[in-house]
Design a protein around this ligand. Structure first.
Ligand SMILES: Cc1cc2nc3c(=O)[nH]c(=O)nc-3n(C[C@H](O)[C@H](O)[C@H](O)COP(=O)(O)O)c2cc1C
Length: 374
């Protein structure tokens, strides 16, 4: 592909992981998902390895059958705000549901996080599982409402993030002029689900506005992503399936007059890696021994460091991913990937050896968006 960016790496650092067993491993703190020291340790590990961003997924549909992590986890904006003061360069991505949350509050929280972190915030604005509607006083809405709500949410969000032109705040003590009111813009949005007048009460950030993603695989998801976001978190069962999704997203971007290079296609994998294939197998077996029914499926990215590096490179070279989001089933999944695979990716020149910028957009090689009045 022409104009290929370097590979981007993200780390889901949310503790116990998306499985039923990891918490029972002797090396996993049992309270990891609500243990700030654990999050700080993981964040520092990822930043030392020059990862682009930390990433948090979220759940709003909570019940006794959930995986343990979902039953005891931090809220994303709160934990990312804390992590912003323990890190300097790495991005901070939060997931919020456009089906439950209020766009004004989310716009304010994420832009505040962007300013607090000096331009490192991003939002994964997802439709999410409709089961959570009952927790958020939206029990009267159904699945068919989710994408129309998502559209309204995105339009309001982008409008509010551009409330102020870059030079709107004069803040001149001598003249007593704080703001040039002609450079403040309200959204005056009247939708079916949300009515928001604005303005927002926070100025634009060092990276213009937070990076915006959404997650899914459907046609409507692709339509919304290519209209509103800077990237996606998507999923394919195989490399071929993922390439097909990525190609379709790129086709739609071009159709809408956008540059595919200015868009990040991400998928997540949970590699189990060792110095040798045998060592990786041992780590996987360690997890299986923790569960009586042995129901943890073997990860797609699995084996020796060279083998996993080859897999990552193949997905990248074939255009399946711009960014790989790592999650860990094994308590040392992130550390092992960083110690064993990242040096190979650096040697091959597909991953950075040093941060290029102070902002998330800078490191993702996304242009800083100019102010635009909606
Ligand atoms: C890769 C990926 C990540 C997702 N992450 C979350 C998440 O963190 N929390 C959540 O509630 N739903 C999550 N979802 C569910 C989506 O928000 C959405 O409800 C679902 O995929 C349906 O979208 P679609 O059928 O339009 O693709 C995710 C879906 C995908 C494909």
């Amino acid at each position: 592909m022409e104009n290929r960016k370097k590979l981007k790496l993200a780390a889901i650092i949310d503790g116990l992981g998306w499985n039923y067993v990891g918490w029972q491993h002797p090396d996993m703190p049992v309270d990891a998902s609500e243990n700030i020291d654990f999050y700080i340790q993981q964040a520092k590990l990822a930043e030392a390895a020059k990862f682009d961003t930390l990433f948090l997924v979220d759940v709003s549909h909570v019940g006794p059958g959930n995986i343990p992590h979902y039953l005891s986890m931090f809220e994303g904006v709160s934990v990312m705000s804390a992590l912003s003061t323990h890190t300097k360069k790495i991005g901070l991505s939060v997931t919020a549901s456009t089906s439950y949350a209020d766009p004004y509050s989310v716009a304010r929280q994420i832009l505040s996080l962007d300013k607090i972190s000096r331009g490192r915030a991003s939002l994964n604005a997802i439709t999410s599982n409709p089961g959570g509607m009952v927790n958020f006083s939206r029990g009267h809405l159904g699945k068919s409402d989710q994408y129309p709500m998502n559209k309204e949410f995105m339009e309001i969000l982008l409008g509010l993030w551009d409330t102020y032109e870059d030079d709107a705040f004069i803040r001149d003590k001598e003249s007593g002029v704080f703001l040039d009111p002609r450079k403040m813009h309200t959204v005056n949005y009247r939708g079916k689900y949300f009515q928001v007048e604005g303005p927002l009460n926070i100025s634009r950030s060092a990276q213009g506005r937070p990076v915006l993603y959404t997650a899914g695989t459907s046609q409507t998801f692709m339509d919304h992503a290519t209209s509103y976001t800077d990237g996606v978190f998507t999923h394919g069962n195989t490399q071929e399936e993922t390439v097909a999704i990525a190609d379709e997203l790129r086709r739609r971007l071009v159709e809408k007059g956008r540059r595919p290079e200015d868009f990040i296609v991400s998928v997540s994998q949970n590699p189990i890696v060792g110095r040798t294939d045998q060592e990786a197998l041992e780590k996987y077996l360690e997890l299986l021994r923790l569960i009586p029914k042995n129901s943890l499926s073997r990860p797609l990215f699995f084996g020796s460091a060279e083998r996993v590096a080859d897999q990552v490179q193949q997905w990248y070279d074939q255009g399946a991913i711009d960014m790989l989001i790592l999650r860990q089933d094994h308590p040392h999944g992130l550390r092992d990937f960083i110690e064993l695979v990242v040096p190979i990716l650096k040697d091959r020149g597909i991953f950075r050896t040093e941060y290029e910028a102070d902002t998330l957009r800078g490191n993702l090689e996304l242009p800083k968006p100019a102010f635009r009045e909606i």
